[in-house]
Write a protein that binds this ligand. Sequence first.
Ligand code: GLY
Length: 367
Amino acid sequence: MTATVTVDLPGRAYDVMIGGGVLADAGARIAALGGRTHIAILTDETVAGLHLDALQAALSAAGLTSDALALPPGESTKNWTQLSRSVEWLLDQKVERGDIVVALGGGVIGDLGGFAAAILRRGVRFVQIPTTLLAQVDSSVGGKTGINAPHGKNLIGAFHQPSLVLADTDLLASLSRRDFLAGYGEVVKYGLLGDAAFFDWLDDNAAAMVAGDAAARARAVTRSVQMKAEIVQRDETEQGDRALLNLGHTFCHALEAATGYSDRLLHGEGVAIGCALAFELSARLGLCPQEVPSRVRAHLEKIGMKKDIRDIPGDLPPPDALLALMGQDKKVQDGVLRFILAHDIGAAFVTSDVPSEAVLSVLRDSA
Ligand code: GLY
């Protein structure tokens, strides 16, 4: 079964189609957007080997021709060199203002491809075809595009909404267990930040999802995208509520920086640990019931996810150095660190009112 979630932004509304097999409809859906019948696809070498033939067959069945540029896989591709390579290739492909660029891949390709589309000819339309759980529930929806700078992740970019998102949940079968679980960190985040009933459902169904239950996967992606769409509709450019989507991310970004953005800690793993720490901090500050952090940690543990700093392999900097790394987070405003804390599961809020000593004690006890 296919679900459609509309991201209802004025003048830029678009559909996110979710379900097993939606990739097979890509040709008809993209043809319906108009533009030339030649489609330029940005992807990476790994995803190209797995899913490019299926996409090109679907396009061809709808009378669309296509060419693809496959970039190297991995976070380090989100740089100026690969961006200019992509934009120049799109110009070689003669992509014009009315045409469609397709980004087929995970968060790296979606972010870079979306940014290339945002700056090409001052903005061309693009379609996201996310192939990872993380990209399906988070990065492909909401229009954040960009690349990394030596100063930090995602510091160069633009808000540029896609014209369509096709989240084929069958593609998730090609993910390793670790990559699936990392994406799950962003799924559970939605329950924790704003939907206690969804968290309860995940607590009952996450193990089946991890084991491959296709219906449970599609349902979890759909609920996550609904929640993201609601938040993005309220606050597209993160002046307020959109910051809730960063639950767990202040801790996560410090841990990612401390591990050199390496395989030691995948982004979604850091989000899961960060969520557990955010609930611990909330409880220590008397903001949420004392038993709630244990529920969060028990859930993560049940499905084999990292939940503490000590679960990250190798040495890490001491708590005060981690706190300093948090100070470089994008959510710092006028030198004040903003945290997403919670009154309960499903009840997150944004605050700047967090004593450093409380953060240090949470970091110390988790290490
Ligand atoms: N990934 C957080 C956001 O889209 O705002």
